[in-house]
Design a protein around this ligand. Sequence first.
Ligand code: 5GP
Ligand code: ZN
Length: 113
Amino acid sequence: MSENCIFCKIASKQIPVQPIFENEEFIAFYDLNPQAPAHALVIPKNHVETIMDFEDEGLMGRALKAVQETAKVLNLTEEGFRTVINCRENGGQTVYHLHFHLLGGRFMQWPPG
Ligand code: 5GP
Ligand code: ZN
């Protein structure tokens, strides 16, 4: 747990959260400022700052399984969705606790703006 990290506080339930999906290692919840009809964030409960900072390769596979499970709960598996990881300034990362955006419920333009 990293002090003053908003996602650590969500993961530890210091800030109340309605999990979409949760297991021992990950929690998924709705984004506060949704960019699509369905916009979830999937985070590891342990603090990892960015995609450049994880050591355990297995973490990514398990994280994507958590993304799968979240997509199932949100009923997005047939129509599809987009998953995004932003890294630092140019990637548009604002919360420095690794998270997967899961965006669905509308057609996603490519390339993004
Ligand atoms: P980033 O820009 O770092 O990739 O994405 C951070 C996301 O976290 C943003 O989409 C933002 O709306 C969301 N966010 C920031 N603070 C909170 C919060 O306290 N609760 C929730 N549910 N989402 C948050
Ligand atoms: Zn954190």
